[in-house]
Design a protein around this ligand. Structure first.
Ligand SMILES: Cc1ncc(COP(=O)(O)O)c(C=O)c1O
Length: 453
């Protein structure tokens, strides 16, 4: 079996860091001169890129980014899914331009007919008949959790260890010793200890789900159909059918967050795997880069929530936001869903991700390195262990910052961008076979430099 030579890895990492500094002097200068931004960047996550400073970009179109130093990158990060439709897709740009330049009214707190078109299309995709809009998936999740608590009269939620659903207080959890619900490492200023709001379970572990639900105080189980934010952890056969049954047994609603897993197809895993959620959340990709999100409800939940006179849905009751559902966002969603993230483009993206996965698998076989790659439709991700992890906790334990930084820099220095948070690659409508082949070639070279037989 091949192994990673640690001293070779550290030397190679240093070499790649130096190369990165040489290739990106203008990005480095701009970062060094940013004195009034917390952490030097407009949003602190942008410090996650390997190499000491982020790449500042000059232009972005489709899956190509040109940085301020003139380097061209094939972008597999795609804004961590926000740009899954490709950067500035033509149809979205046309619609947004019309809204801004001709029709006017970016945000008015008044609806346009685009919103109903979008809701109907989301029904076609995910099967939920009633939708409400947000500007982020975080907000859609927050509001949906409130609705679930209201209609069930229960105050707790259940979430999987190492899940991620945005900056949603109740979900920043992991499983501690003895199955205890504990905070994710680094949780910033939690309002209350997370165990007060949440019962934790392990993905692919039905016993742990039942342990969490059998108290009958859990309003809703919130889940990605496959974990995608701690590497990709795929569900085992029968897992979702059994979770649905447990939810029904214990009176818990099931919220499926498709924000990343829409990569599985036009209707995400909900459609592809015939899941039966009570609530679906979607965000990031559907506005083609313009802030957009939504939650969808079954008719039953929708009519129940409208029947609580004491629940203030139209003002300060805790759901909704001033700019949510604005005309710019809804026109961007309509154009992106109708003309960019279509059924046909999904076929193309999924074919490319399959090629991506097969290329990586071949390199791993050739080098005998015991890593794995998981594919979820148009998305694929490698993880530094084999067999593939079954739970978020297992996947978290396989994290290896040195390898990850090295691979990210090796790729970035040769014009390929991976998602900075892990090793995720996403295909967009304009990704090509040549782009995927280039990644495979670089992956082989990167491993060759640090592997020993
Ligand atoms: C599954 C999932 N849900 C929700 C979110 C939150 O999205 P946003 O940060 O756009 O609110 C994320 C972000 O990564 C996510 O991966």
């Amino acid at each position: 079996m091949g192994t990673i030579d640690r001293s070779q890895l550290l030397a190679a990492l240093e070499h790649e860091r130096a190369l990165y500094r040489r290739r990106t002097p203008e990005s480095s200068r701009l970062f060094g001169e940013a004195r009034h931004l917390l952490g030097g960047v407009p949003m602190t996550w942008m410090n996650k890129w390997a190499g000491g400073h982020p790449i500042y970009f000059a232009t972005a179109k489709g899956n190509r980014i040109i940085d301020v130093d003139g380097n061209e990158c094939r972008d597999f990060a795609l804004g961590d899914t926000g740009a899954m439709a490709g950067h500035s897709p033509d149809a979205t740009v046309r619609a947004v331009r019309h809204r801004i330049e001709d029709a006017g009214g970016i945000t008015t707190m008044l609806p346009t007919d685009d919103a109903e078109w979008v809701a109907e299309d989301l029904l076609r995709r995910f099967g939920m008949p009633q939708w409400s809009m947000s500007l982020t998936a975080t907000d859609a999740n927050r509001w949906a959790l409130r609705i679930a608590r209201l209609v069930t009269g229960r105050n707790k939620i259940c979430a999987f260890s190492y899940c991620y659903h945005g900056a949603v207080d109740e979900t920043l959890v992991r499983m501690g010793p003895g199955g205890a619900t504990i905070e994710r490492e680094g949780n910033v200023g939690p309002a209350v200890p997370v165990a007060q709001t949440t019962r934790v379970a392990e993905f692919n572990d039905l016993e742990s789900v039942e342990r969490a639900l059998r108290h009958r105080d859990v309003a809703v189980l919130i889940a990605e159909p496959a974990l995608t934010n701690i590497g990709i952890v795929l569900p085992e056969p029968g897992f979702w059918k059994a979770v649905r049954d447990l939810c029904d047994t214990y009176g818990t609603l099931l919220l499926i967050d498709e924000t990343h897993t829409i990569s599985a197809g036009p209707g995400g895993c909900t459609k592809a795997w015939n899941l039966r959620p009570d609530i679906v959340v979607i965000g990031k990709s559907i506005g083609g880069g313009v802030p957009s999100g939504a939650y969808g409800l079954t008719s039953e939940i929708a009519s129940r929530i409208m029947s609580y006179p004491e629940a203030d849905l139209v003002d300060v009751g805790g759901v909704g936001g001033t700019l949510a559902g604005n005309a710019l966002s809804t026109t961007a969603m309509r154009a992106t869903l109708s003309e960019v993230l279509t059924d046909v483009t999904f076929d193309h993206m999924i074919e490319l991700a399959t090629r991506f996965r097969e290329g990586v698998e071949k390199v791993l076989t050739d080098t005998s390195i015991p890593w794995t790659i998981a594919q979820l439709g148009a998305r694929a991700e490698y993880r530094f262990l084999a067999p593939a992890p079954r739970t978020g906790t297992e996947s978290a334990a396989a994290q290896d910052d040195d390898i990850e930084q090295y691979l990210h820099l090796f790729m970035a220095n040769r014009g390929v961008l991976l998602t900075p948070f892990h090793n995720m690659a996403l295909m967009c409508p304009t990704t090509t076979v040549a782009d995927v082949n280039r990644h495979t070639e670089l992956f082989g070279q990167a491993l060759e430099a640090i592997a020993t037989a």
